[in-house]
Write a protein that binds this ligand. Structure first.
Ligand code: SAM
Length: 390
């Protein structure tokens, strides 16, 4: 297997320094990419995400899905499109929580990595995608802006037959009535880097210093320079910021398919102007084997590369309907109540020490981790409501 770094070296030798988005594509999703090889979230894996803490997070997401279902008039079918679904942990917990919308539910787990899709298919009771999405599924990437009929017929219209579950590789081009949810997806999508120097924005590309990959600066194109001038009106000399083209493009496609319902992004977010004030290590991080990794150009394909999501860049597509701390969002959808019930269950059952009591104790521990303001509790939830409620 040709390593990701060797692929980038060969590309630089052919065409000169390449944008960071090209490096990320190879390092995360190319043939020798981190996610292609099955890297990702989990206890005892590369990093921990909220769904991997335990089933509590999924139980709360199930309540949030029901909240939207009720608000939009309890449609049947009601779709949950979970994008960046990894090995299917969140999907499994949402389904296990048996939300009230279950008979109407079509749960579509979207995961780009074939290795992780295979893991999700083993963990979930999956159906053939055509059974749920119809035989004419297209990927949302194949749509053109001038497409007259941008969305194929939505998920199979029969009523009361849910939950139906499937796993696909890309956002399907179907009209969605339901919830699109992305937990820690946008921080893993392509971005480019720009540095403000001598009164102008420079693009930071990746070139070669001898045989070593190294960053070089070239004058930024007019488009990104104009956008950054608006987002960061007073950039400190030498400041570095990302332009998150992957997240911005994804949001545009996801909102384009959502006819009625809610798009929910859970991630670590800041504004571009905030990022410009911070050392890059605070917002562009690497992870591997359960801990922080090394320099962003080290061991491409072996470590995850992730960036704080620039919420003001997402706002250029559409301003979120609401933005709140993840811990607050979780409590609003019932985490505090589930935690209190589990604490009472553990107090009553501790002497018995049976499975029910141990599950209650573990649920109390999960809530503590999900609330930690220095960890997962410090995340942000951005929501976009689409279409009038009924
Ligand atoms: C940080 S992991 C989060 C996994 C899971 N959501 C969780 O919270 O544990 C990001 C996941 O998004 C997937 N991914 C990246 N780009 C994607 C895309 N365009 N469509 C679907 N999945 C994508 C990656 O392969 C990876 O599994």
């Amino acid at each position: 297997m040709i390593e990701a770094a060797d692929r980038i070296r060969a590309q630089v030798a052919r065409q000169g320094p390449v944008p960071w988005s090209v490096v990320l594509e190879a390092a995360l999703y190319g043939p020798a990419g981190f996610y292609t090889g099955g890297g990702g979230a989990g206890q005892r894996r590369d990093f921990l995400t909220s769904p991997e803490v335990g089933p509590l997070f999924g139980a709360v997401v199930a309540a949030a899905v029901d909240d939207a279902w009720t608000r939009w008039g309890r449609p049947d079918p009601w779709v949950v499109l979970e994008v960046g679904a990894g090995a299917g942990s969140l999907a499994a917990s949402v389904l296990a929580a048996r939300p009230a919308c279950s008979p109407a539910l079509r749960y579509i787990a979207v995961e780009r990595s074939a290795a992780l899709r295979a893991a999700a298919c083993s963990a979930l009771p999956v159906e053939d995608p055509a059974q749920i999405l119809g035989p004419q599924i297209r990927s949302a990437r194949d749509l053109r802006d001038d497409d007259d009929d941008p969305v194929a017929d939505g998920p199979a219209r029969a009523r009361g037959i849910g939950p139906l579950v499937t796993v696909v590789a890309d956002l399907p081009a179907v009209a969605v009535e339901g919830v699109v949810v992305a937990n820690e997806l946008l921080d893993n999508l392509a971005f480019d880097l720009y540095r403000h120097r001598g009164g102008a924005w420079q693009e930071v590309r990746v070139g070669l210093d001898g045989s070593r990959l190294a960053e070089v600066e070239v004058p930024a194109d007019r488009g990104p320079a104009r956008r950054l001038a608006t987002l960061v009106p007073e950039p400190p000399e030498g400041s570095l910021v990302p332009w998150e083209s992957g997240a911005v493009g994804w949001l545009r496609r996801a909102l384009g398919g959502l006819v009625r319902g809610r798009l929910i992004v859970l991630d670590y977010v800041r504004s571009t102007a905030e990022l410009a004030q911070l050392p890059v290590e605070q917002w562009l991080r690497t992870y591997r084997a359960g801990g922080r990794g090394t320099d962003r150009l080290d061991d491409l394909g072996v470590q995850d590369i992730t960036v704080d999501v620039a919420v003001d860049q997402l706002g250029l597509v559409r301003v979120p309907t609401r933005i709140e701390h993840q811990a607050h969002w979780l409590d609003r959808h019932g985490m505090a109540a589930l935690e209190a019930a589990a604490a009472a269950g553990w107090r009553a059952g501790a002497a018995r020490g049976d499975l029910r009591a141990l599950a209650d104790r573990s649920r109390v521990g999960e809530a503590v981790i999900l609330r930690d303001p220095q960890g997962l509790g410090g995340f942000t939830v951005c929501e976009w409501d689409v279409g009038p409620d009924r």
